[in-house]
Design a protein around this ligand. Structure first.
Ligand SMILES: [Zn+2]
Length: 199
């Protein structure tokens, strides 16, 4: 979704003599049809978080990746993306999965460190996946949400050589020092791990 804001035309930008010397990639606005970076996971839609809300890195070279952290959003899918786009919120996750159809957005590159675990060590070593829903409302955890998320987690595990087990696929509540409870008591871990292993 585009926020309404005045945007100078490309023609006007290029007429400015000072700006004409600036490499095109540095111009702040993208014209329609410009190249948009592809997500790491081909089935995801690229919906970038604010650059103020994650740490740039070059994982797994700079930091090994050995955990997937499972979250529940406690708000809607749409609002989660807005929060991640807001530089004042200082929060992000790599992926967000929608309840109704499993549609998945990628908000932070896997090579970068998203801010989702509330703990630097766990942020630096993990991929964070948010699931639309509330910890006390099991109806949000639909079949298609489990299936699409499990397929994503399986792909991440294969890419980084992460074992597909509960030691390496953990809930936010298992991050040391956290007061978060997600994904909560209704999240079916045995089903999820089984799906990750059969994906
Ligand atoms: Zn969480």
């Amino acid at each position: 979704m585009e926020r309404a804001r005045p945007r100078p035309s490309r023609r006007r930008l290029l007429q400015g003599t000072a700006l004409a010397a600036v490499p095109y990639v540095l111009l702040p606005e993208r014209p329609a049809g410009a190249h948009v970076p592809a997500p790491d996971y081909p089935l995801a839609e690229w919906r970038p978080a604010s650059a103020a809300s994650y740490t740039g890195a070059n994982r797994p070279t700079t930091h090994p990746v050995d955990r997937v952290i499972i979250h529940v959003t406690q708000t809607t899918y749409r609002k989660t993306l807005f929060v991640f786009e807001n530089p004042r919120k200082k929060v992000s996750a790599h992926y967000v999965v929608r309840s109704a159809d499993g549609h998945t957005s990628q908000c932070v590159r896997e090579g970068d460190i998203a801010w989702h675990a509330g703990d630097w060590d766990h942020n630096a070593r993990s991929i964070g996946i948010e699931h639309e829903g509330w910890v006390d409302e099991s109806a949000y955890f639909t079949d298609v949400l489990y299936e699409k998320s499990a397929r994503l987690t399986a792909a991440i595990c294969e890419k980084y050589g992460i074992p597909k087990d509960r030691e390496h696929i953990i809930g936010h509540y298992e991050v040391p020092g956290t007061d978060h409870t997600d994904p909560g008591p209704h999240w079916d871990w045995s089903r999820y791990i089984r799906l990750v292993n059969s994906a």
